[in-house]
Write a protein that binds this ligand. Structure first.
Ligand SMILES: [Zn+2]
Length: 278
């Protein structure tokens, strides 16, 4: 909960967390007809400024074949206090690193940007700060943003793609098209709450890749590496990696930055060009 007991802030309602047992005790008294007055003593609180960082790796396109397009793969490297963050979001950070490694030597006509954001859990601060640095021209040329957040829990549900408006876009179309070929169809739905939001707000087609429903260890001290499934990490890496490859490889046509996604036959074209190179 991003509530605050600090200074006045019109964006937040003051929020206090307490245990279920404490809540039930209060509820019992209320139900018994008691009028309750609650006071809160805050100890050791401080208001201070700290610095967070985004980590950005860019692979420029081949100069002669530059399509002018940009595609972004992202995750967040911070975690909440008390949670080790193996799935949220070391899983997405590791997958982003691996995709950067795998895609580092493809001949690309599209600029690739691999970014891990800081301060996501404090309100998407890193991704908002990054989007703020983009020029109108860069935003116009960015055809897709793939956000990987919680992509490795053995105890979570199926891989799902979420867009801010709940509608399909180029990212979800590529994700479901590739997913259907590699493993199974990937469904999409409506959800914000991760670093795809600031991109979506400026008009970049963006989606969050996550397993849904989430695991019970979400934001707890139990979010540890022993609950990470290598098979799930691999599935996500292959689907997102192949989707990015389809946009970025020199041998595949540039994509249209439309909400409708690639035209019919886009995947067939890729198949035939792949056969030729084989
Ligand atoms: Zn997260």
């Amino acid at each position: 909960m991003n509530g605050t007991l600090g200074g006045t802030n019109s964006d937040f309602v003051p929020v206090l967390g307490l245990s279920k047992a404490q809540g039930e005790e209060l509820l019992e008294k209320l139900e018994a007809g008691e009028t309750l007055t609650v006071t809160v003593a805050v100890e050791g609180a401080e208001v201070s400024e700290s610095t967070s960082h985004n980590v950005i790796a860019t692979k420029k396109p081949d100069k002669e074949k530059d399509s002018g397009q940009i595609v972004i793969v992202g995750a967040h490297h911070d975690s909440v206090e008390g949670a080790p963050g193996a799935n949220d979001d070391a899983s997405g950070t590791a997958t982003t690193l691996e995709l950067a490694r795998v895609l580092s030597d493809i001949p690309n006509d599209t600029e690739l940007r691999f970014i891990t954001f800081g301060a996501e859990e404090n309100g998407l601060l890193g991704s908002y700060a990054y989007v703020d640095t983009l020029t109108e021209d860069e935003i116009g040329r960015t055809v897709g943003m793939f956000q990987l957040d919680m992509v490795g829990s053995r105890d979570a549900g199926k891989l799902t793609m979420f867009t801010v408006d709940g509608k399909a876009n180029i990212v979800t179309d590529l994700g479901s098209g590739v997913g259907a070929r590699l493993s199974e169809k990937v469904n999409y739905g409506k959800e914000g709450r991760s670093d795809h939001v600031p991109f979506s707000e400026v008009g970049v087609p963006a989606a969050l890749f996550i397993h849904s429903p989430t695991e019970p260890w979400y934001h707890t001290p139990e979010d540890t590496i022993d609950k990470i499934s290598k098979a799930k990490l691999q599935e996500v890496a292959e689907i997102v990696g192949a989707a990015v490859y389809l946009i970025a490889h020199e041998d595949t046509p540039p994509v249209k930055k439309t909400k409708a996604g690639p035209k019919k036959g886009f995947f067939n074209q890729f198949e035939s060009s792949q056969q030729e190179t084989e």
